[in-house]
Design a protein around this ligand. Structure first.
Ligand code: SAM
Length: 175
């Protein structure tokens, strides 16, 4: 695991050009329920000691406490969130809103660097960690056909650029 050894302080400039309307993702419904691999979650839980899972059911919660109606409830002091990807925009907005009362969220998302929601996430996070290697989510037929990253949302001063890191997956995290 190379987390922390390949760290760059990067100033990220994202061009706000004209964007094509995204195509509908045929796999969006099933991907909404893809679970984080347990060993990958544990890696982050050891660092952040999550108080709760912000997007879960009783069956797939990663922590004892969890939310199944995240938009109607306050989040956690330190929350974990692997949101349904079809609702990532709303979850990002909520995570940003939660920073106002001091709550922090680590959110796992596709590394879709050209998407508007990605720009918003970058502008509002304090840390982004790009995952090197493709995660194999629980419930997915194989390793994901997209890259992933994690955003740390926490209260920060306007204009602060996020810290950027890379995490190289070992084979065990891809299963
Ligand atoms: C990608 S799965 C995450 C599973 C697991 N908690 C994890 O972290 O890997 C997203 C989960 O969010 C749940 N979900 C959908 N809408 C939600 C909402 N409004 N609030 C909280 N959870 C929601 C879905 O039922 C699904 O179990």
């Amino acid at each position: 695991m190379a987390h922390g050894t390949n760290v760059w302080d990067a100033c990220i400039a994202i061009d706000g050009g004209i964007m094509a309307k995204p195509k509908a993702n045929k796999l969006a419904v099933s991907k909404d329920n893809w679970e984080t691999p347990d060993s990958f979650f544990k890696y982050w839980d050891d660092i952040y000691k999550f108080d709760g899972d912000c997007a879960a059911t009783m069956e797939n919660k990663k922590t004892h406490s969890y939310l199944s109606n995240a938009f109607e409830e306050p989040w956690y002091r330190m929350g974990w969130c692997n949101p349904p990807f079809s609702e990532k925009d709303k979850f990002i907005d909520k995570a940003i809103e939660e920073t106002e009362c001091g709550n922090k969220t680590l959110m796992l998302l596709p590394a879709s660097t050209g998407a508007l929601w990605f720009k918003k996430a970058i502008e509002n996070c304090s840390l982004v960690v790009f995952v090197v290697g493709r995660l194999r989510f629980k419930g997915a037929p194989s390793s994901a056909d997209f890259d992933t990253c994690l955003f740390l949302f926490e209260k920060k001063w306007p204009g602060r650029t996020p810290h950027v890191e890379w995490l190289e997956l070992e084979p065990k995290y891809r299963k």
